[in-house]
Design a protein. Structure first.
Length: 541
């Protein structure tokens, strides 16, 4: 699916997207209806209206894609999470209708001319625009306490978006492009994305180069420092759809892991744990057939959909339609022939005494056969190794108005425990072992023991347990890319569909997301500085 023109310049201008071939195209959309700064600064209510546009961006059916030729992959932040997981070796999507997403797992059509890179760009910079509207609309010198809280949320959301974008688009050397050179002969190693601040002019946007890793780190840290200062004034998180101080600490922990500042990563992960109002999910929380991984009250931060959300009223262009294997209304699930599977080698490595293994259908004859919990009438109808993790809302598999009105996890306190353990392990393998063993035996597997001792092996073990914990939640991509881990999908018994069976030597080239051609055309500072196109650079095995 190729794309036409995006008049965006990194979120500064109104967006106009027109596409042509393959499976779909984008309608026009203009992001111009915002309050003036004077209107916002004089009204807490006006500020709140702009603030609510930020969590609403989590659930947007973006850029009118639903109405144009049926590309049904544009359902907001959940789509970004799903795309990232499909680019790892942990989640296999197999079935007839996987064409909406199989470019991500097959390493096809990921260049600058295709909608897949274009959607990443337009989604995040549209989200950044809503954050900039809040930031530009609140003067901290004259703001009310409530407005200061909202300003903190604006900075946190913007940092959240840039941290994702930077980690997705930063070029890191790999087995296909080890020297960091693109087709123009430019070395793009450690270049991220252009930084757009509130009030940036069109002229500056048209000459806005990719920030270096250091420049982006400094910018994000500056946003998070402001968020930390102001967000203590927030009066309500609206049911955890807005971030609080614990979430800001969690974002700092993610940021410090990205730049390998392990002492600070450990510090802020612990601050997040101590400040959070939730504890790790229990076995019942995780496996419950009506509330399993659709209940925002169990998390630090989440996205919530209701019966009026466009993602829900679309019927099939939503998180639940794609990630839950138990719906009858979705693309994947009961009554279809398309399912999300856990990688077989990953499943086999999970201990039988770890209750998280029950989030996936146990094979016949195994120790866990008969231990899975199913919605009524579905036992025996969902294939082995398929995921049961994400339940439809209220356990309703048939009515999308109810079943798809689910929450999506944005940040869970469990992630902070694993960041703390990994960060500690980089500094002291023994301390990392102690932390992961403490978490696992307390919350996941009473018989767990970390049986390795070297720093690299302890780190890998902690990251593996984190991958199990956050399977399907869009975080594994960042760890694989950061740690230069290989993706292995081709082996005897692999559950991945044949055209996705690639084995890499270190981080995959496809984890360096390219910049969409439309941005390259409208921002001349980017000319010659795109990431090299990774599409079809590996041989299926």
């Amino acid at each position: 699916m190729k794309i036409g023109n995006i008049k965006l310049m990194s979120g500064v201008l109104a967006m106009t997207l027109v596409t042509g071939t393959l499976t779909g195209c984008m309608d026009e959309i203009e992001v111009t209806q915002v309050a003036t700064e004077g209107q916002v600064s004089g009204s807490t209510t006006a500020t709140e209206a702009l603030v609510q546009a930020m969590p609403a961006s989590f659930n947007s059916v973006d850029n009118g894609l639903l109405n144009t030729n049926n590309w049904h992959g544009a359902f907001g932040y959940g789509s970004q999470m799903y795309q990232r997981d499909l680019m790892t070796g942990d989640l296999a999507l197999v079935g007839d209708h996987s064409s909406h997403f199989n470019s991500f797992s097959r390493n096809q059509n990921l260049g600058e001319d295709y909608i897949f890179a274009g959607y990443v760009w337009s989604y995040y910079y549209g989200f950044i625009l809503t954050s900039n509207n809040v930031i530009s609309g609140v003067d901290p010198e004259t703001a009310t306490s409530a407005q200061l809280g909202y300003l903190g949320a604006g900075y946190a959301f913007r940092a959240f978006c840039y941290l994702d974008l930077a980690r997705m688009l930063e070029f890191l050397p790999n087995d296909i492009f080890p020297d960091g050179k693109n087709s123009d002969g430019k070395v793009v190693t450690n270049l991220t994305v252009p930084i757009v601040e509130a009030g940036m002019s069109e002229e500056d946007a048209r000459n806005n180069p990719r920030a270096t890793r250091q420049e982006m780190y400094d910018f994000i840290l500056g946003d998070l420092d402001k968020a930390e200062e102001y967000i203590v004034n927030i009066q309500s998180t609206n049911g955890k759809t807005l971030p609080d101080l614990a979430c800001v600490y969690g974002l700092k922990a993610r940021l410090y892991m990205w730049v390998e500042d392990y002492a600070n990563a450990e510090k802020y992960a612990r601050l997040a744990i101590n400040t959070a109002t939730v504890s790790p999910m229990t076995e019942n929380d995780c496996l419950n057939i009506t509330t399993g991984f659709n209940d925002i009250s169990k998390w630090m931060w989440g996205a919530t959909q209701n019966s009026e959300s466009r993602t829900v009223t679309s019927g099939i262009v939503n998180w639940t339609s794609w990630v839950s294997n138990q719906t009858t209304f979705g693309y994947t699930g009961f009554g279809t022939n398309m399912y999300n599977y856990i990688d077989l080698s990953m499943y086999n490595r999970i201990s039988d005494t770890d209750f998280r293994k029950k989030e996936f259908v146990a094979p016949a004859g195994s120790a866990l056969e008969g231990e899975n919990l199913y919605l009524p009438g579905q036992e025996g109808a969902i294939p082995e190794y398929a995921a049961l993790k994400f339940r439809p809302n209220e356990g309703n598999a048939d009515d999308y108005m109810t079943g798809a009105a689910a929450s999506v996890p944005i940040m869970r306190v469990e992630e902070m425990y694993f960041i703390e353990a990994e960060a500690a392990a980089h500094q002291s393998a023994d301390r990392g072992k102690q932390l992961v063993e403490s978490f696992m035996t307390t919350y996941r597997d009473p018989e767990y023991t970390c049986n390795v001792s070297s720093t690299d092996d302890v780190v890998e073990e902690i990251v593996f347990q984190k991958r199990v914990e956050l399977w399907g939640e869009g975080q594994t991509f960042f760890d694989i890319k950061r740690l230069n881990y290989s993706v292995t999908r081709a082996y005897d018994g692999s559950l991945f569909e044949p055209l996705s069976r690639y084995n890499t030597n270190g981080r995959p080239a496809w984890m360096n997301i390219v910049i969409t051609r439309n941005e390259m055309m409208n921002n001349y500072a980017l000319e010659g500085y795109n990431n090299p196109d990774p599409s079809e650079k590996y041989t299926v095995q």
